[in-house]
Design a protein around this ligand. Structure first.
Ligand code: NAD
Ligand code: MG
Ligand code: MG
Ligand code: MG
Ligand code: MG
Ligand code: MG
Length: 339
């Protein structure tokens, strides 16, 4: 079995007194920067002026440009959107990378698909948390963590692995478990997982269930609770104790329905489609399409995004969440604050 590493397996002092530059302050960036700082490491944040930079300054970081943060850094972690990384890398990161320092990523996309070609005189590694950035932060504050994968693409100093592991410790990942991967494995499994299961698979399943109920005349509010809201409660049980814990907690009627009807909905045909999705990830077709979509100014991305926002599940969800004060809706809060 793969060896999973925890806090005690890691030489935390490897990054002591070193300068870590976090480039970007979005979902992952804010979490890495704050967690690393609270773990005792020296962190600077590199950004262009704007909302993100204001947020970083509010959180006590200095306003530095990308070039300023990278200059003299021992570790440069690139937490820009994947599609912006190649340009910012060429313009502001590459010219300022210190020889013998480390260039790091939280996802292997740009290295694996050759959109970023690093110089030969730096270490290159990834530390990829297996969870959304806001939970990387929230779990850290709770004394827990989100597990992460680490992988080494280039090791010129002979220290890349120790540095990557100390970084994983610093963001709190080694409280949950850190395991070794390659850039290829991380990139392909991450893209497949988010497309087929976590994001694409789940949102299509939720919408199809909601539509089936509402088209049959049931109330949208009931359909929302049944197919979306309750999903979290079910997934929490899986997170805590696997499918067996979820099945232990649900009624036997629900469990029997799970056994006989689940495989009617997600079946061999679904799995064949999943294999096609995986092939497109492996052969670079997905990556090529996404790179071209960005070069064209995202016409399809924006059109689909607008269309999805008009789905009836959006409207009923907003209304119901507003009535549940314990459900903190970050998007509605932003809209209220006019952001
Ligand atoms: P994000 O979109 O939330 O944040 C990006 C940040 O980069 C923002 O602060 C933005 O202001 C800044 N930025 C964008 N363009 C810039 C530019 N040209 N110059 C300077 N700053 C710029 O990004 P994210 O979702 O945190 O993703 C960052 C990386 O982490 C990606 O490689 C992604 O694949 C990876 N990742 C993300 C998650 C996640 O939870 N979102 C999970 C695992 C891995
Ligand atoms: Mg995002
Ligand atoms: Mg992922
Ligand atoms: Mg991803
Ligand atoms: Mg029920
Ligand atoms: Mg039961």
């Amino acid at each position: 079995m793969t060896k999973v590493l925890y806090n005690n397996d890691i030489q935390k002092e490897v990054l002591q007194g070193k300068k870590i530059a976090i480039i970007g302050y979005g979902s992952q960036g804010h979490a890495h920067a704050r967690n690393l700082r609270e773990s005792g490491y020296e962190v600077t944040v590199g950004l262009r002026p704007g909302k993100s930079q204001e947020k970083a300054v509010e959180d006590g970081f200095e306003a530095q440009s990308v070039a300023e943060a990278v200059s003299g850094a021992d570790v440069t972690m690139v937490l820009l959107p994947d599609e912006n990384q190649p340009k910012v890398y060429e313009e502001s990161i590459k010219p300022n990378l210190k020889p013998g320092s480390a260039l790091a990523f939280a996802h292997g996309f740009n290295i694996h698909f050759n959109q970023v070609v690093p110089p030969e005189n730096v270490d290159v590694f990834l530390v990829a948390p297996k969870g959304p950035g806001h939970l990387v932060r929230r779990t850290y504050e709770e004394g827990a963590g989100v597990p992460a994968l680490y992988g080494i693409y280039q090791d010129v100093t002979g220290n890349a692995k120790e540095v990557a592991l100390a970084y994983a410790y610093g963001i709190g990942a080694a409280r949950a478990g850190v395991l070794e991967t390659t850039f290829q494995e991380e990139t392909e499994t991450d893209l497949f997982g988010e497309q087929a299961v976590l994001c694409g698979g789940v949102s299509s399943l939720v919408k199809a269930g909601f539509e089936t109920l509402t088209e049959a005349g049931y109330q949208p509010e009931v359909a929302y609770f049944e197919c979306l809201h309750e999903l979290k409660l079910i997934v929490d049980l899986m997170y805590e104790g696997g499918l067996e814990n979820m099945r232990y907690s649900i009624s036997d009627t629900a469990q029997w329905g799970d056994f006989v009807s689940g495989p009617r909905v997600v079946n061999e045909e679904t799995k064949a489609r999943m294999k096609e999705v995986l092939e497109d990830v492996q052969n670079g077709k997905f990556a090529k399409g996404w790179i071209l979509e960005n070069q064209a100014g995202r016409p399809q991305f924006n059109a689909i995004n607008n269309q999805e926002y008009k789905h009836p599940i959006t409207k009923v969800g907003k209304e119901l969440r507003a009535l549940m004060p314990f459900v903190k809706d970050p998007i509605q809060n932003k809209e209220k604050e006019g952001k």
